[in-house]
Design a protein around this ligand. Structure first.
Ligand SMILES: NC(=O)c1ccc[n+]([C@@H]2O[C@H](COP(=O)([O-])OP(=O)(O)OC[C@H]3O[C@@H](n4cnc5c(N)ncnc54)[C@H](O)[C@@H]3O)[C@@H](O)[C@H]2O)c1
Length: 252
């Protein structure tokens, strides 16, 4: 049995994770943490990690990057693993995550779907194969409540494309005004926001008279919640270090 704490349990993703965990005999949600005290489906919700009394194997975080120090401190104090699924981390957050991974099992990904994990590999291979003759542009679309832009997944895909292309690209976020002709070294990243779009990512390789498009479309938040529950089972009892979706998929 894997005891999980859902951080951000009262939000869209938190509720989805709770539902899937409740239907899984090997996982038990023992409590949640959110901005206000509450109970959710009979589970206590605390407004601070300091109030948690239940034994926790893994924290699944779908709250906000601002909550990171609280989650890492809780993990250090209790020895549990953490799944960092929120997006919008700063450079100093990323450094704190690396430092924490010396004593905590830290799983971090901006996208918990199996499909995006595959897309990352395909994008890297396509960038290496197509080379400088093809311009790379990434377009992501999300619902009108999403707070950060571009999406963490778009950045992940840009990193993969850059790796495939040899690591010399630079990211351009949207374009406006007299920006001049496009440079070969650019990877353009564009964010669209509207309605209830769950998450669309399109990576365009535009060459002379031909275009290759690799894309992924999430049709519901369940794909991310299922990935989180799967990752929690994987992370229980793992030694300190960094983990991601590749480790989970390789273990199946
Ligand atoms: N990794 C993935 O696969 C993936 C998939 C979907 C969403 N996300 C990310 O997950 C996060 C949450 O998405 P959502 O759609 O559920 O958002 P949401 O706004 O519906 O839910 C966030 C919840 O966290 C709570 N919260 C916010 N700040 C907090 C804090 N400092 N301490 C405690 N609780 C806090 C809010 O009260 C809310 O209940 C976002 O960063 C989003 O980008 C990641």
């Amino acid at each position: 049995m894997t005891n999980i704490l859902i951080s951000g349990i009262l939000g869209h993703m938190g509720r989805n994770v709770y539902e899937l965990a409740a239907a899984d005999a090997d996982v038990q949600c023992v409590c949640g943490v959110d901005l206000r005290e509450d109970t959710f489906c009979g589970v206590p919700v605390y407004d601070s990690f300091d109030k948690v009394k239940e034994p926790v194997d893994v924290v699944i975080d779908f709250s906000s990057a601002a909550n990171l120090p609280n989650i890492l401190a809780f993990a250090k104090r209790t020895g549990c693993g953490v799944i960092l699924a929120a997006t919008g981390y700063t450079e100093s957050d990323l450094a704190a995550i690396d430092a924490a991974a010396k004593e905590t099992a830290v799983f971090k990904t901006a996208n918990l779907s199996v499909g995006v994990n595959l897309l990352q590999k395909l994008v890297k291979e396509a960038a290496a194969f197509l080379g400088d003759a093809f311009d790379i542009e990434i377009i992501e679309k999300h619902h009108n409540l999403k707070k950060d832009a571009p999406s963490g997944t778009a950045l992940m895909l840009a990193e993969s494309a850059n790796e495939g292309a040899g690591g010399a690209k630079r990211f351009i976020y949207g374009r406006e005004g007299m920006v001049g002709a496009r440079e070969k070294a650019e990877i353009g990243i564009h964010a669209v926001r509207g309605g209830t779009i769950v998450g669309e990512h399109e990576v365009l390789f535009a060459g002379e008279d031909e275009i290759v498009t690799l894309s992924h479309s999430a049709r519901s938040k369940k794909v991310f919640a299922a990935g989180a529950v799967r990752a929690a089972k994987f992370l229980k009892g793992k030694p300190a270090g960094r983990y991601d979706m590749n480790d989970v998929l390789a273990s199946l």
